[in-house]
Write a protein of this length. Sequence first.
Length: 79
Amino acid sequence: MKQNILTNLLRHFSEVKPKMKIESNDDRFKDDLGVDSLDMAEFIARVEQDYRIEIPDKDWPKIATMGLLVDYIDHAATI
């Protein structure tokens, strides 16, 4: 299931940042990749719509990498 989530998230990310490639699931969106807050908000909005979940602003630090976001969504799917 996590691999499917990752594949889907990478697709959403490439729609927001088509020229940016994530080399590692541990790359931090802001610090390592330089993703700005507007692009991050658009990416999260796509993820929320696709998975029909809400990611509160207070949880954004918990999803600082693609790997952490995969875990977050995987956990949300089991609730």
